[in-house]
Design a protein around this ligand. Structure first.
Ligand code: SF4
Length: 143
C-alpha cells in the first residue's frame, strides 16, 4: 500500500497524512530490522517512525501488558489540576504519577485520567460542579 492509499483509509483521524507516512515507514522497519515483530522495549519502540515516549508507553501498556503511564494532553491536564502531579512538562508529570500511583495501577490510571479529562475535566471548561473529585482537587480548591 502506498502512503497516499493508506492516508485515504485513515483520513478520519487527525494528522492522517503524517500518520500514514509513519505507519508505512514503521512497517518497513519492522520487516527489515525486527523480523516482522513489534519490539517490546521502550527504547526500541522509540526508534520507530513517529513513536515518542507517550506512544511507546501506550504500546507497552495496552499491547504488552507492561506497567506504564502514557501522559497525553488529558492525563497531563487532569493530573496537574488535581495536584497528583505538579509540573509544566510531560516527563516530570509521568515521573510524579509513577511515584504516587501504585505500579500495578499505572495502566488503568492512564485510562481513568483520559476518561475523566474527556468527560468531566475538560480543557476549556472543566465541569467542576458535577465532579466527584472536587474535595481532592487543588485546582477546584484554589479557584
Ligand atoms: S474539580 Fe474541576 S478541575 Fe478538579 S478534577 Fe474535577 S473537573 Fe477537573
Amino acid at each position: 500500500m502506498t502512503i497516499e492509499e493508506l492516508a485515504k483509509k485513515i483520513q478520519g483521524v487527525g494528522l492522517y497524512r503524517n500518520k500514514a507516512k509513519y505507519i508505512i515507514d514503521t512497517c518497513h522497519k519492522l520487516v527489515e530490522e525486527y523480523d516482522s515483530q513489534v519490539p517490546t522495549t521502550r527504547k526500541e519502540l522509540m526508534r520507530l517512525s513517529g513513536v515518542g515516549r507517550k506512544t511507546a508507553n501506550v504500546v507497552l501498556s495496552c499491547a504488552f501488558g507492561h506497567n506504564a503511564i502514557a501522559v497525553d494532553t488529558h492525563v497531563f491536564r487532569v493530573a496537574n489540576r488535581l495536584g497528583i502531579a505538579s509540573s509544566k512538562t510531560v516527563e516530570k508529570t509521568e515521573k510524579d504519577l509513577m511515584e504516587k500511583v501504585p505500579k500495578n495501577l499505572w495502566s488503568a490510571a492512564h485510562h481513568w485520567f483520559i476518561f475523566h479529562g474527556r468527560e468531566v475535566c475538560k480543557a476549556r471548561k472543566p465541569r467542576c460542579e458535577e465532579c466527584s473529585l472536587q474535595k481532592l482537587c487543588d485546582y477546584y480548591l484554589q479557584t
